[in-house]
Design a protein around this ligand. Structure first.
Ligand code: ADP
Ligand code: MG
Ligand code: MG
Length: 910
């Protein structure tokens, strides 16, 4: 006998486990135990821990030694606590068998209810409850679930049980399952058993012990089902964790009209508004609410009149849970003959809007500290994005309504504005998106199920006819931050015909539809959007701060964030208006100003510069560019008003400006250039041919340009410094940081730095102004990171260009990796997209080397990051750990980076 503990009992006011044990008991099991420990009503049960699952999965169906005996022992305790006996033919105990992993994976794994029923125990249940229909309803549910989950009777698209159910409802002339009588349900049980026999060749097991082990095995197996595997990959949950299995005494919501089953939230997790909300169904069981079989009732509107006492119990429990967990709870409960039983609680998933509101409210209520309020778990930094996204313009909505395009109003389950082409199947949505990832789609379904996950991900919004605010569709869209409307029951959705009918209007597959997830309104056609409130206040200034509560809460939250974070946040911008926008979002400087973007506005001159055959004519062309560049830089310096600006010298290969393609597309271009430069068209053609490169990413670009054509570097340095002097003279402080791109050798950097410094000193002397400026380099080649100690001898700052650094470290072209990255992700070859999140083991270690070596020769070397990664939360946290001074990202990601930077500090403390 092994002495190891695998099975944890909970019940009779005491539990073996508690909330801290989610790694071994799973979230569900740990919190069931915790709820028992704080005195809440929870049916007794026990949890088989995740180790059992790991063992079961490794051995393909075996249990560690001792598990059987521990289950027997725990089951006996449950029997004692509930005063009933499992398999007993006079007083039977029924149990459920429920999956539950460390992180919640809603609906991905299996659960079986009403275990222990057979032809004998069902009679006892009927007699005991005095309700024959209830007993047979429970039995038919059990045979169905067991058939589906344990015996594998659920096909990919067809569920034979649902078919039989539908036929029975039709024959009986009723709309809902709950209206079937005992006799009809009895018939169904028999039919279901026949279906199982026909489908699997096996009999439905009548032995309760066999049933329980069958269900436990199925729960553990469901850890490895496709859906669960895909979900884990998408959400970065390790496959090695395994699920726990909870066996729990049944309570019944289907005993009559004083019974109900429901799910709820202790606050609205769509908007964040305080107050209990949720869905319930009277005389129903378990999944009925979530599955969207009937549109449920709303707790906040009718439960207090339907069941005043039940409502009060629930409200008290909700308060107690929030006080205890210090966070909004997402609960599952059953009301049995007026008494509320808790079946689950967990910290609720919420939209970005709700996350901000709840965080601010909870601090103001004194429930949590500022530090607690802004953790990564409560506000995933990416979710802030939702508050910055466009919303429907009210005027446009009014117009659409006047034109008769308002189809209906459903339940607003996920805030946001979404327009797209109607798509009736998740599979099709995915297929369309795979062909064209700019496709705008709205997924329209009667209800959604976990199979629809991937289709939901590629859609702009989700619309369902059935289900309530806690339905699968609602839950998942909120988590994904998608606009979502559920329970739009006036819409007749016929996915086979590909139509939505609303009154006399018919919309077809592919038609435009617009859904307002804030209000629940569904419009035919495309409704125009306008900026969000926060953007209106901060950027367009069309709204006053005092008129937007959303803005005020955002501002309060961000002030806490700024108090906590250590990393500075800059922006990547190369136009004054962009720079100004970024400052409104809290940027503290420009981390990357790309000069080539400015060049694209002066193509004629730059082409002349490129086509020039000798230094003299090149210098002439280059000098034509000088005033333009100077003006561009002045604009940026003024907009940044005293904040530092990192300007990168010309970087891309020159044929991006002038190539065969350009000559072909513009037949007079060759001639124009030839005239301007006083050469032949043939000469121009030859120059263009010379510029052609087989592998331009590794070709003549970056500092290699300035080394071969020093006139360009000198001109850019001059333009920057003249602009700096001019603006400084206007009384605005300027801090230019001139950045040399793509240096791998110290000699490369020095070559450029010498030109820059010489030109800069000249300008300062000419203008008679003092300007502090720095000359540094972008670290974007492995060699630069490795030789950082040498380069830092002369470079005054570093900025990691992680786009190129990833490209050059992984040897993966960022323009071509799309062809195989999907396959890589699906086969777990790499954990995430390295161009979105820093590959910490590879690129990250080079960065670490760069930081350490760089600061070994120049202590206090200023170091930042300016690749796409600067706005990715996980990467920002990593940059904090590396000890960088700042991250730089696009203007709309600045708030996200600020929050991530604060969360990095909190993670470090935790
Ligand atoms: P999921 O993880 O998919 O939510 P659960 O294990 O939570 O699956 O079970 C789904 C639902 O089944 C629960 O919300 C609850 O309504 C019902 N249920 C589970 N166990 C019991 C039980 N012991 N008594 C009554 N209902 C139960
Ligand atoms: Mg659940
Ligand atoms: Mg680069």
């Amino acid at each position: 006998m092994s002495g190891q503990k695998y099975v944890y009992f909970f019940g009779a006011g005491k539990a073996d486990g508690d909330a801290t044990m989610r790694n071994t008991l799973g979230g569900k099991g740990a919190n069931l135990a915790e709820m028992i420990n704080i005195g809440l009503p929870v049916p007794a049960g026990f949890t088989l821990n995740t180790e059992v699952c790991i063992h079961y999965s490794k051995t393909k169906g075996e249990y560690p030694e001792g598990v059987e005996a521990q289950v027997e022992e725990a089951l006996a305790k449950v029997e004692e606590a509930m005063g009933a006996k499992f398999g007993c033919d006079t007083n039977p105990l029924l149990v459920s068998c429920r999956s539950g992993a460390r992180e919640s994976m809603p609906g991905m794994m299996d659960t079986v209810l009403n275990i222990g029923l057979n032809d004998t125990t069902v009679q006892a249940l009927a007699k005991q409850s005095g309700n024959e229909a209830f007993a047979w309803d429970s039995y038919r549910r059990f045979v169905q679930m067991y058939g589906e989950v344990v015996m594998g009777m659920k096909g990919a698209d067809e569920d034979p049980f649902e078919h039989a159910l539908e036929a029975k409802r039709e024959a009986a002339g009723v709309q809902y399952d709950s209206e079937l009588n005992a006799e009809q349900l009895k018939e169904l049980v028999a039919e279901f058993k026949t279906l199982i026999k026909e489908g699997t060749g096996k009999d439905f097991p009548t032995d309760p012990k066999q049933q329980i082990w069958g269900a436990i095995g199925a729960v553990f197996s469901s850890w490895d089902n496709d859906r669960a595997v895909v979900y884990r990959r998408d959400y970065g949950i390790p496959h090695e964790w395994g699920t726990a299995c909870n066996v729990q005494a049944m309570v019944y919501g289907n005993l009559g009209d004083d019974c109900a089953t429901g799910v709820g939230l202790t606050r609205n997790c769509s908007t964040g508004e305080p107050g209990f909300c949720g869905d319930y169904l009277i005389n129903a069981q378990g999944e009925d609410v979530v599955a969207g079989i009937r549109t449920p009732k709303q707790i906040e509107s009718t439960l207090s009149t339907d069941m005043p006492d039940g409502y009060k119990q629930l409200d008290d429990i909700g308060r107690k849970l929030e006080q205890h967990y210090k966070d909004v709870q997402d609960i599952e409960f059953t009301i049995q003959r007026g008494k509320v039983w808790m079946l689950q609680t967990r910290n609720a998933k919420r939209t970005g809007f709700a996350a901000v509101r709840i965080a601010v409210d909870m601090v103001n209520e004194g429930l949590v500290s500022k530090e607690q309020a802004i953790t990564k778990r409560r506000i995933p930094a990416d979710d802030l994005n939702q508050l910055l996204q466009p919303i429907f313009d009210p005027a446009e909505k009014e117009k659409a309504a006047k034109e008769g395009n308002l189809l209906t109003k459903g339940i607003n389950a996920g805030p946001g504005a979404a327009c797209g082409h109607i798509c009736f199947s998740a599979e099709e949505a995915e297929a369309i998106y795979n062909r064209d990832n700019s496709a705008e789609l709205v997924l329209v379904r009667r209800e959604t199920s976990p199979e629809d996950l991937r289709g939901m991900r590629v859609s702009k919004g989700i619309l369902t006819a059935l289900g309530g605010a806690s339905s699968h569709a609602a839950l998942v869209s909120r988590q994904m931050g998608k606009a979502c409307i559920v329970g739009a029951s006036e819409l007749k959705i016929d996915s086979v015909a590909g139509t939505i009918t609303a009154g006399d209007k018919v919309l077809k597959n592919g038609d435009w539809i617009s859904i307002d997830g804030f209000t629940g309104e569904v419009f035919a056609g495309k409704v125009e959007t306008k900026p969000s409130e926060i953007v209106e206040v901060l950027i367009s200034k069309t709204m006053k701060p005092e008129d937007s509560e959303t803005y005020q809460r955002y501002e309060q939250l961000m002030s806490w964030v700024d108090d906590i974070r250590k990393l500075k946040v800059r922006t990547n911008a190369d136009q004054p208006d962009q720079a100004a926008e970024a400052i409104s979002f809290g940027a503290e400087g420009i981390g990357l100003c790309r000069t080539e973007h400015m060049f694209f506005h002066h193509l004629a001159e730059i082409r002349e510069m490129i086509a020039a055959g000798d230094v003299e004519s090149r210098t002439k062309a280059v000098n034509k560019l000088l005033p333009f560049q100077r003006e561009d830089f002045s604009g940026i310096f003024r907009a940044m008003n005293g904040l530092p600006v990192t300007i990168r010298l010309l970087d891309p290969p020159l044929h991006e400006f002038l190539s065969d393609r350009h000559l072909e597309e513009n037949p007079t271009l060759g001639e124009e250039l030839a005239n301007e430069l006083g050469v032949t068209v043939d000469f121009i053609r030859r120059r263009v041919e010379e510029l052609h490169e087989l592998n331009p990413m590794l070709g003549h670009r970056g500092c290699r340009l300035g080394i071969v054509y020093p006139e360009i570097t000198a001109m850019q340095a001059r333009a920057i410094m003249e602009a700096a002097c001019d603006v400084q003279k206007e009384g605005i402080d300027v801090y230019p940081e001139i950045m040399v791109p793509l240096a791998g050798f110290k000699t490369e950097f020095d070559n450029q730095a010498n030109i820059i410094r010489a030109e800069a000193e000249k300008v300062l002397e000419e203008k008679g102004v003092k300007v502090d400026y720095l000359v540094g380099t972008m670290v974007e080649l492995p060699r630069a990171a490795i030789c950082a100690d040498q380069i830092a001898e002369t470079a005054e700052f570093f900025s990691f260009g992680t786009n190129d650094l990833t490209q050059t470290t992984l040897g993966m072209s960022r323009d071509d990796y799309g062809t195989f990255i999907g396959h890589y992700r699906e086969n777990d070859i790499i954990p995430s997209d390295p161009f979105q999140t820093i590959d910490q083991d590879g690129v990250g270690r080079l960065m670490q080397t760069g930081v350490e070596r760089g600061r070994s020769t120049r202590s206090g070397l200023k170091i930042g990051i300016c690749g796409e990664h600067g706005g990715d939360p996980a990467s920002v946290i990593f940059c904090h750990e590396l000890g960088l001074d700042y991250v730089s990202c696009s203007p709309f990601r600045v708030p996200i980076a600020r929050l991530s930077a604060a969360q990095a500090v909190l993670e470090e403390k935790a």
